[in-house]
Design a protein around this ligand. Structure first.
Ligand SMILES: Nc1ncnc2c1ncn2[C@@H]1O[C@H](COP(=O)(O)OP(=O)(O)OP(=O)(O)O)[C@@H](O)[C@H]1O
Ligand SMILES: [Mg+2]
Length: 359
């Protein structure tokens, strides 16, 4: 196992700069997820760690050794891709052991390693089959088996589950988590699926346009997003973001949202400043008309069984509330909602940066 250190890592392609000077330290044994929209540079950064992409500038260390100019095979990392790239003519056992064979490891030692990996992944009964005779999830496990037998210092995953159906993806997610708990190998996992990132990782690194916007534990990035982008990217359904304005009268500070004036303790912005206010769907509470801050029109109901997503219109702004499915919700009627101001997030309307605020 090994730590990974990135210092001012830059990647220039001929036409554009894809990675803009990234600093990141991944301690030994940590599971880190890179998450962000398509094209933000997740794969590029991962491929630089693997050695598949040249580093334009900056320093990359794996286990305190600078590896910028070390060949991929000498970096002691194992990568699992989205398309598992198994050899179709080889058996599963041969596929898993192939890397070891190439390194000249003795046959009985390979067999031992392959059996051990197959045991961990519960594919022991598939070893004599060919990849064509396996399901997608089983093939994915074989690809992981191939990575495990190499006993690398670092695992690198690039969207390994994105070819699987939703149910299998959840099952494999649990497998990967178990695997990490067992082996404790330092892992970087790339995904554009924030739920996958949150459920798997010790730390979630959110990338945007080749830069890190926030890195923190799943709870931190969820409950304290440092900008509107992270607030909206993490969490499903998405955080509501409403237009608002700071209002002051004597000592009293309020936020004007639609036609409501919501008292808050402190916000360091002049009266009249236009802001964005973020509130998560689960923080909106159904209430009586007298207690309401907001009374939007219910537009669409999405019953999920455990909760119902009430998609409402507040003027022309959309607002989603996660409500009790037993509530008498009727389309096109007004509903009444309030919230605790502690659960609000305030963002600068132009830059999207978080504005210090006490609710
Ligand atoms: N070989 C290349 N030559 C030029 N530009 C590239 C090359 N590979 C990637 N890019 C560009 O670099 C940026 C980052 O690409 P990258 O593949 O790292 O994104 P990603 O975050 O993995 O996206 P996705 O979620 O779609 O896989 C993109 O704008 C992409 O078009
Ligand atoms: Mg990618």
């Amino acid at each position: 196992m090994a730590s990974i250190q990135m210092e001012r890592i830059v990647k220039d392609y001929s036409t554009m700069r894809a990675i803009h000077g990234i600093d990141l330290e991944i301690p030994d044994g940590e599971f880190v997820a890179f998450v962000g929209p398509s094209g933000c540079g997740k794969s590029t950064l991962l491929r630089m760690v693997a050695g598949l992409e040249e580093i334009s500038s900056g320093t990359l260390r794996i286990g305190n050794r600078v590896v910028n100019h070390i060949e991929p095979r000498d970096r002691d990392v194992a990568m699992v891709f989205q398309d598992y790239a198994l050899y179709p003519h080889m058996t599963i056992a041969e596929n898993i052991g192939f890397g070891l064979k190439m390194r000249g490891i003795k046959r009985h030692e390979i067999e031992k390693q392959v059996e051990k990996a197959a045991d961990i992944l519960q594919i022991g009964d598939l070893l004599d089959r060919k990849p064509g005779q396996l399901s997608g999830g089983q093939r994915q496990r074989v690809a992981m088996g191939r990575a495990i037998v190499r006993n690398p210092q670092v695992f690198l995953f690039d969207e390994p589950l994105s070819n699987l159906d939703a149910k299998l993806r959840v099952a494999m997610r649990t497998q990967i988590k178990r695997l990490h708990e067992m082996l404790r190998t330092t892992t970087i996992y790339v995904t554009h699926d924030q739920v996958e990132a949150m459920t798997l990782a010790d730390r979630v690194v959110i990338l945007r346009r080749g830069e890190i916007v926030q890195a923190g534990s799943p709870v931190e990035v969820y409950s304290s997003p440092n900008c509107q982008f992270v607030g909206e990217f993490i969490g499903s359904p998405q955080m509501n973001v409403l237009r608002a304005r700071v209002h002051r009268q004597a000592d009293r500070t309020t936020l004007e949202i639609a036609d409501a004036r919501i008292p808050v303790k402190q916000i360091d912005l002049p009266a009249g400043t236009e802001i964005h206010v973020g509130i998560r769907p689960e923080h909106l509470n159904w209430c009586s008309p007298e207690d309401a801050y907001l009374s939007p029109l219910l537009d669409v109901c999405e019953p999920l069984g455990s909760d119902t997503m009430a998609i409402c219109l507040l003027g022309e702004q959309e607002l989603t509330a996660r409500l009790d499915p037993k509530l008498p919700l009727k389309r096109k009627e007004q509903i009444h909602l309030n919230f605790s101001t502690e659960n609000l997030h305030v963002f600068d309307r132009e830059s999207g940066r978080k504005v210090p605020f006490v609710g």
